[in-house]
Ligand binder design. Structure first.
Ligand SMILES: O=C(O)C(=O)C[C@]1(C(=O)O)C=C[C@@H](O)C=C1
Length: 277
């Protein structure tokens, strides 16, 4: 589905997975602000340098990117859309090298996590975290660096004139990352919304979480994710992030009314159309 032409902040440069989401889902004219960190992605929007920000939030192998939830909560932005991208990690290097020649791999922390099985079989390779998947690949080509490899999506090796030493080194073939599109809050409600991301802190009372889950079930909602995250200023207390799917926004509003009684903090992080049918 083509998207409106916006200036969007992403994490990573051309050839990264964030960039692939833009290519797959947005119009060709979409302007990009490439950022080196997720914090930069979020604050580019907060500081009005862009109209939207695209941010990875979870991966089917490596799990939730908890710091990104915290950024989202603290910056008070809204999830307006979600996108699922199939992720392939191809091990790439300068041409005419084999796996035995590679002593270091530089990549994004989440990408390295998704390839743990492969690297545990090749312990001679040192893993080094970098800002994204594409930048180390670009620099290997620019500096003609031997013995160094990167993990890149399909198509990125060709972009930089590198060679694939080993394709698909992620732990499982079915590897997906979920990305969210963030915007500043507005008064307009998305009438197509059938999914919400909700953040709350529960009062420490017996049965509160169980009651909440029962209420969701009674309202016919499908809980697609529940995640606890630490609250730094309340040591060993946790906030919850919940994704729910529903048929009618009015049911979601009912849920919020019920939750108001049992929660200390409650914040809708987005009401949007599910990226899954
Ligand atoms: O470095 C990239 O290619 C990114 O887009 C970042 C990122 C992530 O943050 O999870 C995106 C998808 C993959 O899961 C690996 C890395």
């Amino acid at each position: 589905m083509p998207m409106q032409n916006l200036k969007i902040a992403i994490q990573g440069i051309e050839g990264s997975n964030h960039h692939k989401v833009i290519r797959d889902y947005f119009e060709a004219e979409t302007q990009i602000k490439a950022c080196a960190t997720f914090r930069e992605v979020v604050y580019a929007l907060v500081n009005n340098q862009v109209e939207a920000s695209l941010m990875a939030i979870e991966n089917s192998i490596a799990g939730s990117i908890l710091p990104n939830y915290r950024l989202l909560i603290d910056a008070n932005l809204q999830i307006t859309q979600e996108f699922y991208l199939n992720i392939s990690h191809n091990l790439v290097a300068l041409p005419n090298q084999s796996l035995n020649d590679i002593t270091q791999v530089k990549s994004h922390q989440m990408a390295l996590h998704q390839c743990g099985n492969f690297f545990s079989k090749h312990p001679h390779i040192k893993l080094i975290e970098d800002v994204d998947t594409a930048l180390p690949a670009k620099l290997i080509a620019k500096n003609q660096q031997k013995n160094l490899a990167a993990l890149v999506p399909n198509g990125t090796a060709e972009l930089f004139g590198l060679e694939v030493i080993q394709p698909n080194v992620q732990d499982t073939n079915t590897n997906e990352t979920r990305f969210v599109l963030l915007k500043k809050p507005t008064q307009t409600e998305n009438q197509d919304a059938n999914k919400a991301t909700l953040h709350f802190e529960l009062k420490h009372e017996q049965g509160n979480l169980a009651n909440l889950l029962t209420t969701m079930s009674e309202l016919g909602m499908n809980l697609t994710k529940i995640q606890s995250i630490p609250i730094a200023h309340k040591q060993w207390n946790y906030a919850f992030i919940v994704d729910v799917r529903f048929k009618h926004i009015r049911d979601y509003k009912k849920l919020i009314r019920v939750l108001n009684a049992s929660t200390e903090v409650i914040q809708t992080l987005g009401l949007y159309k599910s990226g899954r049918t």
